[in-house]
Design a protein around this ligand. Structure first.
Ligand code: FCB
Length: 464
């Protein structure tokens, strides 16, 4: 196979314990939406809204992962990854978001976790990758403080059952998406468009994160505990004062409004001033809870953001390659972002928990020659290596995504997988990018083994 140029020596820079993985999420792959006593999620409901999903699709079948668990676990293991990042569908394990648990739903995740461990792959579990039980939404969803407590109960209940076997637990995936796309623009479930509600939702997500960490630690959960944020460097479109000011505010709304309170600094003053009367209600003690120390922070990175106070910035104007999502390929942005996080905050070990690209793949004779995706992944791994080389405490990297899947409001048209899914037959085919990643990991393992052998040889020599 024709491999892209590797801009780095894969044997170098990454420490032996660096974790390499692939990622998915429940609603995007599981299907089996009406199986057993699974409850409805806000994404099931949102998909039925006319015009909400580009191709009118939904998650009823998706990749049919629930019924194909064994084969998919073999697929994951065949790549040679250290870790698999997946999420639990809350309505599958606790259909109404409170009260009764589903024995069948829990059994599925027990088999998933045990199946990973049996194959030597570490489970990285996310509790909330957006598919809130619809029953909780009917009671106000993330806009109400009660949902915070429901989430903490769900987190405790889940980890009491699995916590001894899960390497890492993420409370929420990308609270910005839930708050902003779900409640401010309404482009994602639950489809609400109110800046004030979005700000309250953000506060409740952060609060529930901190309370869940405290509850899990009190329960004796031994997994590493953290949060996953979608972050990007925000650059001004021009050097004009108005664009600079716009970029600063957007940086506040995307990054500082999460990072500042998580690291004990409260909400940034400029973002609060901009919110004015839309600022959230905060109770005494909330900000201390939000600043509960994390064992790791996950960063999902896809591209940079360019801010403009005037005419919206044209993504084609930079001449950079653009993915099928219309996002620039900008690996330097990942290095810049990681350096900035390390410089501005006392960060715990960092993982890139998602990174990858959607490209218009073609399956021909059982092959997908997705050179663009391979280049994307290789260049971003190099960008992580560059950050590591400059002292950022990087702990792992995970490709988004293992499989082509339901890409939210874009439906099935956008393919992010390193494994192709034929939705008519559910046949999985490794794309060239998956083969490249597998070979890259083989090289790393070989280099690791060689250095271990060298260390052992030195030890033997010094003993004799
Ligand atoms: C992230 C989501 C993930 C996937 C990628 C492309 O925002 O966490 O589920 O949709 O984008």
């Amino acid at each position: 196979m024709d491999l892209p140029h590797e801009p780095f020596d894969p044997a170098q820079r990454f420490p032996d314990q660096f974790v390499w993985g692939v990622a998915t999420s429940s609603f995007q792959i599981e299907g089996a939406a009406t199986a057993h006593d699974r409850g409805e999620s806000i994404w099931d409901r949102f998909c039925r809204r006319p015009g909400a999903i580009a191709d009118g699709s939904d998650g009823t079948v998706a990749c049919d992962h629930v019924h194909r668990l064994g084969g998919d676990l073999d697929l994951i293991a065949s790549l040679g990854v250290d870790a698999y990042r997946f999420s639990v569908s809350w309505p599958r394990v606790q259909p109404a978001g409170r009260g009764a648990w589903s024995a069948v739903g829990l059994d599925f995740y027990q088999r998933l976790v045990d199946g990973l461990l049996a194959r030597g792959v570490a489970p990285y579990l996310t509790l909330n990758h957006w598919d809130l039980p619809q029953a909780l939404q009917d009671d106000g969803g993330w806009a109400t403080r009660d949902t915070v407590h429901r989430f903490v109960d769900y987190a405790s209940g889940m980890l009491r059952r699995l916590g001894d076997r899960v390497a890492a637990v993420t409370t929420h995936n990308e609270p910005w998406v839930i708050a902003h796309l779900g409640h401010e623009t309404g482009h994602f479930a639950p489809g609400i468009a109110s800046r004030a509600i979005a700000a309250q939702v953000r506060h409740h997500l952060l609060l529930s994160h901190g309370l869940a960490l405290q509850a899990l630690r009190a329960d004796g959960c031994r997994s590493r505990l953290g949060l996953v944020l979608n972050l990007a460097p925000v650059q001004p479109a021009t050097a004009h004062a108005a664009d600079l000011a716009r970029a600063r505010l957007e940086d506040g709304r995307l990054l500082r409004v999460y990072m500042d309170p998580l690291f004990g600094r409260g909400y940034p003053a400029d973002v609060s001033a901009d919110l004015g009367a839309d600022a959230p209600q905060i109770e005494a003690g909330d900000m201390d809870v939000i600043a509960t120390p994390m064992d790791f922070l996950g960063v999902n990175y896809y591209s940079r953001t360019v801010a403009s106070a005037g005419v919206p910035w044209d993504v084609h104007s930079s001449g950079l390659p653009i993915t099928d999502m219309g996002w620039e390929v900008y690996p330097e942005g990942l290095t810049d972002l990681l350096l900035r996080l390390h410089r501005d905050y006392p960060v715990p070990p960092l993982f890139v928990t998602e990174n990858g690209g959607a490209f218009a793949d073609v399956l021909v004779d059982g092959h997908v020659h997705d050179r663009d995706r391979t280049n994307y992944i290789a260049s971003h791994i190099a960008a992580v290596g560059a950050a590591l080389g400059r002292g950022v405490p990087m702990a792992g990297y995970m490709v988004w995504s293992l499989l082509d899947n339901f890409e939210w409001a874009s439906g099935y048209a956008k393919r992010f997988g390193i494994v192709h899914v034929d939705y008519a037959t559910q046949r999985r085919t490794l794309k060239d990018s998956a083969r490249w990643y597998r070979r890259f990991l083989q090289h790393r393992r070989a280099a690791r083994a060689a250095s271990a052998a060298a260390v052992a040889a030195i030890a033997v020599t010094s003993e004799t």
